[in-house]
Ligand binder design. Structure first.
Ligand SMILES: *Cc1c(COP(=O)(O)O)cnc(C)c1O
Length: 484
């Protein structure tokens, strides 16, 4: 007997479209021909891709079935540390889809784009307010793109002072994109270690900061989910030697409305709108990494900039010191609209969201810490980092445990990152999960740890319930078999 469509309940099997196609099947009904038939050129007919012939229902079912094999924040908890995979209210999608926004062509003259330009102008002001910074560009298309923008601003600022600096300090708890962005801009990243509490010590920075160093890139909260409590002192040390301070604000989800980054001595900061400000971003969809600067760096921001005069908005290129353009047009406008809608729909008050994100992460940290090893046992921000040290005796690793979590219906957390923790398990529940779902997650994790101790061999084959079970990851990456 041929395999029936159902395997587990209604998780339906699905062949390739090429296997499904049947010669002559059509996706549309055409009216009866009322003109002479015309022979298609033989040579032409033989060319082109050999697409399968399919009916409309074949195609709809195919893609709808495939979509149910996926896991997203709309189907369950997605506790991926350093990513802020929170639920994004659908109203924000709706505002971005308004015909006036969605249909606006980037080449429309300013006179016909007043609404869009006002939205961008207002969003810049709102982000400046939220971060305590002075000026904002919305142009960068992602966090790492914002970092590159920040590094170009650093470079332009030092050049304007007639100084040539070649190095950037990057701590081991920074996000991996930080040293990459610095290097892309031509700086040599100087790696420094955080202390036994998981944060940077001022002495460490004082020891490496010199007149050839352009500044420092600090991820705050850092990738251990800890707040860099010495950041003000560190900024003082860097500034005293003529350097600048860059803060990677992709983890702003922990500190919105609580920390004024401008008051910490930060000169440049980027935000990840697609993490903190409501754009779904699993799968690498469009993002936005606005860059916020202190007043003294505003003249270096990318052009064009949105300006307002007597209630009329326009785009200005009149910034001779600007680092130039970073992206075609003005940024990923759809993402900007969602962020704007998110901020306004929260009554411009984002403090509660951050407080809940921090509370949820600390709740998980407290409830799992007796079971999983907690390398830095102190209150965390929006995420907490465990390791597999306690399970080493049973020869069970981080990978084995989080694979098993999938059998319980949870997306695995981030693993083996940050690199400073061996066998890291990095959990970020976000503010949008209820206590009930977080409790279920904790119970599932406890169950997995119990299994690790009692039947470690079973975990090595996990997961068993998803469509695709345990893969040999190297083979899967090097020789992907897309038909199985
Ligand atoms: C996600 C993230 C980045 C990179 O952002 P992208 O939009 O993926 O380029 C940088 N820093 C931190 C702390 C992040 O979490």
């Amino acid at each position: 007997m041929k395999e029936s469509p159902g395997t587990t309940g209604l998780i339906l099997n699905e062949p390739l479209l090429f296997e499904k196609g049947k010669k002559g099947r059509l996706g549309i009904s055409l009216p009866r021909r009322d003109v002479e038939s015309f022979p298609v050129d033989e040579a032409l007919a033989g060319e082109g891709p050999n697409f399968p012939d399919l009916s409309e229902v074949d195609v709809v079912r195919h893609f709808t079935r495939l979509s149910t094999w996926n896991f997203g924040v709309d189907t369950g908890m997605y506790p991926l540390g350093s990513c802020t995979m929170k639920y994004n209210p659908k109203t924000n999608e709706r505002q971005a889809a308004l015909p006036g926004f969605a249909g606006a062509h980037p080449l429309l003259p300013a006179a016909l784009s007043q609404g869009l330009l006002k939205m961008m102008y207002d969003l810049e002001r709102l982000l400046a307010e939220i971060t305590g910074m002075d000026a904002v560009t919305l142009q960068p298309a992602a966090g790492a793109h914002g970092e590159l923008t920040g590094m170009l601003v650093f470079h332009a600022c030092h050049r304007s002072r007639g100084s040539h600096r070649t190095k950037i300090i990057v701590p081991d708890t920074a996000h991996g994109t930080n040293p990459a962005s610095a290097a892309l801009c031509g700086f040599s990243p100087i790696n420094v270690k955080s202390n036994e509490h998981g944060v940077l010590a001022p002495e460490t920075i004082a020891a490496v900061m010199d007149e050839e160093t352009a500044g420092i890139m600090i991820t705050n909260p850092n990738t251990l989910g800890l707040f860099e409590e010495n950041i003000r002192k560190i900024a003082g040390i860097v500034h005293a030697k003529g350097g600048l301070v860059y803060a990677d604000g992709a983890n702003m989800n922990a500190v919105m409305g609580i920390v004024s980054v401008g008051d910490l001595g930060v000169d440049v900061l980027h935000l990840n709108l697609h993490k903190t400000f409501s754009t779904p971003h699993g799968g690498g969809g469009p993002g936005a990494g606005p860059v916020c600067v202190r007043g003294h760096l505003e003249r270096f921001l990318p052009v064009p900039r949105v300006v307002e005069r007597d209630g009329v908005y326009s785009l200005s290129e009149d910034y001779p010191d600007s680092i130039g353009k970073l992206l075609a047009f003005y940024g990923n406008v759809g993402v900007l609209i969602k962020a704007y809608s998110y901020i306004l729909s929260m009554g411009r008050d984002l403090k509660k969201a951050s407080q809940l994100a921090v509370l949820n992460a600390n709740y998980i940290r407290e409830r799992l810490k007796g079971i999983l090893h907690l390398p830095y046992d102190r209150p965390c921000m929006h995420e907490c980092v465990f390791s597999d040290k306690n399970q080493a005796a049973f020869k069970v690793t981080t990978l084995d445990m989080v694979k098993r979590l999938m059998d319980y219906g949870f997306h695995p957390p981030t693993i083996y990152f940050p690199l400073v923790v061996h066998g890291a398990i990095m959990i970020e529940p976000t503010e949008t999960e209820s206590k009930e779902s977080i409790d279920l997650f904790i119970e599932a994790f406890k169950e997995v740890v119990r299994e690790a101790e009692e039947h470690p061999e079973e975990l090595l084959a996990a997961p068993q319930k998803p469509k695709v079970t345990r893969l040999d990851e190297t083979t899967a990456a090097r020789h992907p078999c897309l038909t199985c």
